[in-house]
Write a protein that binds this ligand. Sequence first.
Ligand code: URP
Ligand code: ZN
Ligand code: ZN
Ligand code: ZN
Length: 477
Amino acid sequence: MATTLIKGGTVVSATGQTSADVLIDGEKIVGVLAPGSVLLGTDLAASADTVIDATGKYVIPGGIDAHTHFELPFGGTEASDSFESGTRAAAWGGTTTVVDFAVQVAGTPVPDGLAAWHEKAAGNCAIDYGFHQIIGGVDEASLAFMPKLLDEGISSYKMFMAYPGVFYSDDGQILRAMQKAAELGLLTMMHAENGPAIDVLAAQLAEAGKTTPYYHGIARAWQMEEEATHRAIMLSHLTNAPLYVVHVSAKQAVEQLAWARDRGQNVFGETCPQYLYLSLEEQLGATSKEWGDFEGAKWVCSTPLRSREEGHQDHMWQALRTNDLQMVSTDHCPFCMKGQKELGKGDFRKIPNGIGSVEHRMDLMYQGVVTGQLTLERWVELTSTTPARMFGMYGQKGVIAPGADGDVVVYDPQGHTTISAETHHMNMDHSAWEGYEIDGHVDTVLSRGKVIVDGGQYLGSKGDGRFLKRGLSQYLV
Ligand code: URP
Ligand code: ZN
Ligand code: ZN
Ligand code: ZN
């Protein structure tokens, strides 16, 4: 087995930082050692097959993006990143594990949806990947399959209070699934927006001729996120099912989560880079020479970008500091403007929902360290360690320690990155982050001990990534 020594860097974990050398043997980390260690008379730097000089750089556990949608059918088209292109882009950005959503739609068997997702991913991924299960049709058959999800290495599933007629579950269905989840220890993930009310608002706006992307954000009012978050919390309380609310964007929804947590409930929340940086006014309301007032379609996603005047973005940063929100994932769901987002020209309801950020999450969140909003340790915790614990893969992933997979990123705080569609690796004809200047740079990425990105070169291959069977959440007592 080949050995690799990552030498001279600052190893950062969720709990601290230390000058140390990291020794990897084959696929596993075998030692985190005092700098320049001589082990049983052997000078490690001289004997390792590969030595990576990390002097002046951070050595962090590979990022874990627990919310991606590769090849997701949506709005009459399909998310534009395949498992191949999407996981490669993730690797470029220092993410070494993704958890994607296998999809079941109402009236079809859950195992068929799951099998279809395995078919898409197997042999195509650059990095390790797991699945959550979307249950789009809660009925006798899908409830009966829930215990089998655990055998399949899937310990979390998602339901939708939004998208009537597509993925939507009503409160009775949610109650039944949560009862089952509580019994099994499965983690319930919730898209918390009041879909039926939003659809009425959206139809009223469209009828009044308000059809530009901006009105996507008006229709999906924060009251509808706060209300659904509260309803999910109460159903979770009643059933004793732990709850994880995805893509939280409204400050009032965060307040609901904080309230439930203060009452002692096992309720958690994730936000995404777009809700920390971007806004209703600046992005959804944008115009350009090329696209006119349809420019905002680039940022149509659900939950929507919120008003900066109302202060949602600042509140998200604060909630990350105070642990009212526990994680940052991307909800990577890319669509090109040409031929995809374009489907909604003249009617914002037809714009496929989603933003692509899987490549930039580590960099974008590192800016929180640069601006003094997050500690280095919190950066690692939000992007790697908590995702690993929340979704039952900690120990193998999310930490640099003996026995863990050799998923390691060497991050250069002196480096610089300018984000652009011209240089990104995602399969998108635009970037939601065009022109963003990043202090910091992903220099080297190892996945299970193999160097897959180094010195601006991609060195991995299609199929390097394996399906990751996850256990029960390790975030719960
Ligand atoms: O706009 C989004 N978020 N698209 C992906 C589907 C979802 O609801 O997560
Ligand atoms: Zn969602
Ligand atoms: Zn999503
Ligand atoms: Zn660099």
